[in-house]
Write a new protein. Sequence first.
Length: 478
Amino acid sequence: MRILFVAAEAHPIAKVGGMADVVGVLPKVLKQLGHDVRVFLPYYGFLPEKLTIPSTPIWQGYAMFHYFQIYETRLPDSDIPLYLFGHSAFLPKRIYHGEDEEWRFTLFANGAAEFCWNYWKPDIIHCHDWHTGMIPVWMHQSPDITTVFTIHNLAYQGPWRWKLEGMTWCPWYMQGHNVLAAAVQFANKVNTVSPNYAQQIRLPEYGEKLDGLLRFLGDKVTGILNGIDPDIFNPETDPHIPQNYSAETLDQRVVNKLALQEEVGLEIDRNKFLVGMVTRLVEQKGLDLLLQMLDRFLSYTDTQFVIMGTGERSYETQLWQMASRYPGRVSAQILFNDPLSRRLYAGSDAFIMPSRFEPCGISQMIALRYGSVPIVRRTGGLVDTVFHHDPITETGNGYCFDRYEPLDFFTCMVRAWEGYHYRREWRALQQRGMAARYTWEQSAQEYHALYNSIYGLPPTHGLPEASVALEKEPLTVS
Ligand SMILES: Nc1ncnc2c1ncn2[C@@H]1O[C@H](COP(=O)(O)OP(=O)(O)O[C@H]2O[C@H](CO)[C@@H](O)[C@H](O)[C@H]2O)[C@@H](O)[C@H]1O
């Protein structure tokens, strides 16, 4: 099938969070399954620093009373065509934020629709998050182009209807009070990025006021677990970490711990329990819970803590303050830096994700692969990927807690800190985590089946034979 991915982010050229990991890798795997997949992205002002982009556009279009240009290049390390939507609104060197955010992404979605109607006509437009949410609405009148809408973040729902009507074409049949509410109604299929979160969003606690609508849509909304690219995230070959290692050579991993302690200004001590976190600094990620728990935990144990991320100013400030209160024990890296994030995954003993909600979570999968034991709240995709460690039966790959309460988080952290001191069991725990394979092959087949279902075709229809055989093998999760 001809499939166009339309999104605001794609790894490694335009990344803020996990959506980039999905859009940067899934097209490559779908291509191996025989699809003609292409990607459509805004031409951000920083892209020429990361990609070679021809100076002549391949096409010029017109939307919302503005001309725009389309430039064609390739997704790095692949032959996937990448179309860049060129307009002065995207010239600033940022992906999100700014007063024109709603307008410029609506223009982007409009440009993508024009592109599909007039230049390259796909069978399916695979849309990601609210930025692309008007596309399913418009394509409702183009029955030969179908749409899949993937929810990475239900909390951001785009402009309200009254605002949209002042910006763009809202067809007479359009229902929904904002972009996301309209997108889920008009897309042929809707999915979110883990099976558990697909169920949770039907509940008022997680539905972000769309739970009723999502319940009403029934089977149209499904969950497909994200994966990670085992070649990109591979401690055996990662060029960004001082010492490569594998599950069999975990002894060597300590080199990364010592180097990380030095790099981020922690006391250099191989025996201290070093806990890490890499995240967008937003409410979703449970930072209020962390900040309520951390002081007490640091007084009770000799743990070291390093956090890396950017986001809301109040969290950045509180983390700075925490770091200044605990010199040598807490380090706040208020920045976005992919190579340093790898060193953090490779050098920390444990990795925390106390999320308030989590559609899937990529970070815990990377942590598992790098042998950093995840400590997570059991919500969303974290339930599908992290299983509580049971030292007696020697099962599980991390530590989990249920309620969004500081005491529950604290207790879970203490259990992990204690567990760390039983070195033999801890090593086995790390190895079980490293053995889990959350790769894209399985998920790509589920997307393939989802695309087929739009046309009433059986799930494996059109799959290469080797992949059908792969599908029969169960996913290995310890
Ligand atoms: N400061 C920093 N420096 C370097 N790298 C950083 C960084 N901050 C974050 N990252 C990286 O960004 C990614 C974060 O991905 P997540 O899936 O964990 O969360 P996110 O909320 O962004 O994604 C949303 O979309 C994804 C994809 O569907 C869902 O898994 C998730 O639940 C949903 O909230 C990881 O690769 C992480 O290493």
